[in-house]
Design a protein around this ligand. Sequence first.
Ligand code: NAP
Length: 249
Amino acid sequence: MPGLTRTVLILGGTGEARALARALHDDGTWRVVSSLAGRVSSPALPVGEVRIGGFGGPAALAAWLTTHEVAAVVDATHPFAARISTSAAQAAPAAGVPLLMLRRPGWTAGPGDVWQRVPDMRAAAAAVAVGAGPVLLTTGRGGLDVFAELPHRFVIRTVDPPEPPLPGDHVVLLARGPYTYAGEEALLREHAVRTLVTKDSGGRMTVAKLEAARDLGIAVVMVDRPPPPPGVEIVADPDDVLTWLTALR
Ligand code: NAP
């Protein structure tokens, strides 16, 4: 097909990355390759070409960019996927390939929200230790060992089964967003949740739990995002990615 001469690599695993792949695919100007880590058992797949699995670190990613003649990289990974973002921030300049990071904004507390911001999962566990249970954990399947020694009752919601060690008193709910307000309110009521632990992922797909928690007076422990790698240009709007890519042509 004429015009499909340049390749853009989208580092994905998010709804934004899938939407971007769709938009670029429909635009038809770029050859689009999306990359997934391969962490979840049946990932939502973007349209177009997809490769799955880690690259093997920054040097291997740089080599991959060169070998596959990638002309631009868009890091549209999850805000908490810090290792791949750091890897891209090292690999892209090494390979001489422009890099743009697409990051949705984080959430902001409003009137009625009872949030405690913490810097990491260990601090989240310390906050939970002195807080009330039952506790709803929505921080993903990994890193839950920090809660393992706590006596509270935990409701652990993940896409794939969580990695042990886990708290002694827990129930696992396997589910995948997006979630509705009605569903989240029902869940919080059913389990009599008193504390919700979440990462500051941002976006609409998983915000309903925060709205329901606010209305039910449930305390929220909000794990802050890791900082983005220094020196990388960041946009929040997918349209800005299209503008950036157009300017590269
Ligand atoms: P991470 O800690 O930043 O990455 C760990 C390793 O996985 C990376 O070093 C890289 O391996 C590989 N990797 C990660 N994302 C990749 C991608 N898109 N394509 C190819 N390799 C990738 O990431 P994570 O937190 O485990 O998240 C994994 C994936 O799930 C990400 O793509 C992210 O967008 C998505 N996700 C994460 C979260 C979250 O809360 N962390 C939530 C929703 C979705 P090599 O070093 O070998 O290249």
